[in-house]
Design a protein around this ligand. Structure first.
Ligand code: NAP
Length: 304
């Protein structure tokens, strides 16, 4: 297939693009800077400079589009302007992706795989949630609802649309994992508060696997959670990181300190999310990392 990956230069795209190539797909990567794309990807991909804010995606004769673009949620303080960039880059950007797919007509892409986030569910405390659970009513949930609604409009023109609600991606380089483990590496690691909050993590290889499944499987449509089947408490995560890295874990981070350091974004870091990938398991997707210790050992290059 010829697949356009929008927002390809980020954490997920950098792993997904070579995986798609390995499976024999022809990949077009888009980003707001052609120079950044060329630095990120070696030969074998076509680079297309395109800003999701600029108007319809030039979708051409591609078979599928995977949309990963969005202003980073975890970088920088949540000022009013930052929150608007988080929302607009996703909602308007997705509208332009779908408009481009529609404009391409009969020769254009017939498959959309859209990134979304478990921010949809908000703070679930100790309750399990899954793909059919209703959205929360906070800022990120509102963004996810509007984001997915734009992608779902693709169905009106017969496009097969699948949304991947991604959990906290664990990858060696980039994203949350290096930040979360930095205190441990400096011998001052510990849980957040009492460590009772739930943490719905997913190994980067499984995020890639779920996107590949959604593109390639004719029957994939609707929402799929990209979270491991076994979320852990923050205390359990802390214990496992300490064990694998062989570092102490007795320095808890008070949630109040995070609020001072991070502002409103601290609500995301301290939220408890217990998400089950019910539909993802239901379609027979087999997780490469379904429990936390092997996932962390893999990232750290340490055998069991
Ligand atoms: N990583 C996670 O833990 C996680 C968790 C839940 C959901 N997600 C979602 O999954 C998607 C992919 O995740 P990721 O970690 O790969 O994302 P990422 O690295 O933060 O960003 C993906 C791409 O979005 C583009 N981008 C950044 N700011 C933008 C803006 N203001 N307007 C338009 N494009 C912008 C960038 O491409 P250019 O700069 O090249 O244009 C970037 O490479 C994102 O939408 C993210 O919200 C990720």
């Amino acid at each position: 297939m010829k697949i356009i990956v929008v927002g390809a230069s980020g954490l997920v795209g950098q792993e997904l693009v070579p995986a798609l190539q390995k499976r024999g797909h022809q990949v077009v990567v888009t980003g707001r800077s052609e120079e950044r794309l060329r630095k990120t990807f070696r030969d074998g991909v076509t680079c297309l400079e395109w800003d999701p804010a600029s108007g319809p995606l030039p979708a051409g004769d591609a078979d599928a589009v995977i949309n990963l673009a969005g202003e980073p949620v975890a970088k920088g303080r949540w000022t009013a302007a930052k929150k608007e960039r988080i929302r607009a880059s996703r909602v308007n950007g997705t509208r332009h992706v779908v408009a481009g797919m529609n404009a391409a007509g009969a020769d254009g892409p017939k498959i959309l795989v859209q990134a979304s986030a478990i921010g949809w569910y908000g703070d679930t405390k100790h309750n399990w949630v899954h793909e059919a659970s209703p959205p929360a009513d906070d800022f990120l949930a509102g963004v996810c609802v509007a984001w997915e609604a734009e992608a779902a409009k693709a169905r009106e023109s017969g496009i097969r649309a699948a949304m991947v609600r991604i959990g906290v991606v664990l990858a060696k380089e980039g994203g949350a994992y290096p930040l979360m483990t930095r205190p441990f590496r400096m011998f001052v690691g510990g849980s957040i508060g009492m460590g009772r909050g739930w943490f719905s993590w997913v190994h980067i290889q499984d995020v890639v696997g779920i996107f590949v499944h959604c593109v390639e499987s004719e029957s994939a449509r609707g929402v799929y959670n990209a979270t491991s089947p076994n979320p852990v408490s923050n205390g359990e995560f802390t214990k496992v990181v300490g064990k694998v890295l062989r570092r102490p874990t007795m320095f808890p981070v008070p949630p109040q300190a995070l609020r001072v350091m991070l502002g409103e974004f601290a609500t995301v870091v301290t939220a408890s999310q217990r998400v089950r990938p019910l539909r993802t398991i239901g379609v027979g997707y087999e997780f490469q990392f379904s429990t936390i210790e092997p996932a962390i050992r893999n990232l750290e290059g340490r055998a069991t």
